[in-house]
Every structure is written in structure tokens, then in C-alpha cells.
Design a protein around this ligand. Structure first.
Ligand SMILES: [Zn+2]
Ligand SMILES: [Zn+2]
Length: 185
């Protein structure tokens, strides 16, 4: 119970979406709508940030997720809000080939990567509807962590860990009953 109680205060906080490295407004708008539908809180768009070039690992051709969280924190935005960075950069953390997103639950920050939720990444035809669904799922997932949830065993729950894009597509856009209960929504 400890974790839930710990982060309960954040539930009332606003969510601010921060585009990192230039993201089309239609994309941030659609993520906002997805979040508002699930969390019933106000979502706004903050000041965009440049892509942190120093986070690029040329050998992996990917960016360190932690650097994006540091940039968000250093931006001085969102002291009283939750910041959700959105980037086109392909992100990784130590020990994993890639991540769809990463959260700093203590600072109330998260970042999601759009790189691997695009059909084009897999050599397929772009699908804007599927792309928007995947982006919303990953955003809701990272915010679920910020609100104290761990990964869920239910493959239909948005808190199920996505090992691949197939996992993301198989899960639903929202929380299972157990996770909703934990969140109190
Ligand atoms: Zn997760
Ligand atoms: Zn769940």
C-alpha cells in the first residue's frame, strides 16, 4: 500500500506534455486526449526542448533515456505538475535493447519514444490510427508508474510490460480492475 499512498498527491496534479526535438502538434494533441480520457485530469502542452545530442550513443544509434529525464527536470517546468516528454528518438536504458518509455517516479517525470511505435520502423505502411493508439498506451503506462503502479500480469492491462510492439498492440488502452483499484480511479 505504501507506494500508492506515497504518490496519491500527484493524482490531482496536471500533466504537461513536453515535445523534445520537435513533434507535430497533432501527435501531442492526440496523446493529450488519450490521457484525459483515462485519468480525467487536465493535460496541457509545455515549452518544447531540443533533443539532447550528448545522449546519443553512436555505436547503438540510440539515445540514453535517462538524459531525456534529466533535461525535463532541468527545464524548470512542472514543479507542481507531471511532465511527459515525447520524442522521436529511439531510447535505451542499460540492460535493455530499447525502451518505449521511461519514468522517474520520484521526480514525477516520464518520457516516451515514438520511434518504435511507427509502422515504418518495421518496414510497413504508416498507420496514423494505430500510431495514435500506441502512443496513448505508452503515455498512460508511464504515467501509471508515476502514480505508483508496477507492471501488471494481465496482458490486457496497459501496465503489462511491452517486450515488443506486439505486446503493446495486444494490451488495452486502460487499466485492469486491479490497477484501477490501486489508483483509485
Ligand atoms: Zn513499465
Ligand atoms: Zn493491471
Amino acid at each position: 500500500m505504501g507506494q500508492t499512498v506515497c504518490y496519491t498527491g500527484r493524482r490531482m496534479k496536471k500533466i504537461v506534455i513536453v515535445p523534445i526535438g520537435g513533434i507535430a502538434p497533432q501527435i501531442t494533441d492526440s496523446i493529450s486526449k488519450g490521457l484525459e480520457a483515462i485519468f480525467k485530469v487536465k493535460v496541457s502542452e509545455g515549452k518544447g526542448l531540443p533533443e539532447p545530442r550528448h545522449a546519443y550513443d553512436p555505436a547503438r544509434k540510440q539515445f540514453q533515456a535517462a538524459a531525456f529525464l534529466r533535461e525535463l527536470r532541468a527545464s524548470g517546468q512542472g514543479e507542481h505538475e507531471i511532465l511527459l516528454g515525447v520524442t522521436d528518438a529511439d531510447l535505451f536504458v542499460a540492460g535493455l535493447n530499447y525502451v518505449f518509455g521511461e519514468a522517474d517516479i520520484f521526480a514525477g517525470l516520464a518520457v516516451i519514444s515514438l520511434a518504435r511505435i511507427k509502422q515504418e520502423f518495421y518496414g510497413l505502411t504508416p498507420d496514423p490510427v494505430l500510431f495514435a493508439e500506441r502512443a496513448a498506451k505508452e503515455a498512460v503506462h508511464e504515467l501509471g508508474h508515476i502514480w505508483g503502479l508496477d507492471h501488471c500480469d494481465d496482458p490486457a492491462c496497459v501496465m503489462f510490460f511491452s517486450n515488443s510492439i506486439a505486446d503493446t498492440d495486444a494490451k488495452g488502452p486502460g487499466f485492469c480492475e486491479k490497477c484501477r483499484e490501486t489508483l483509485g480511479i
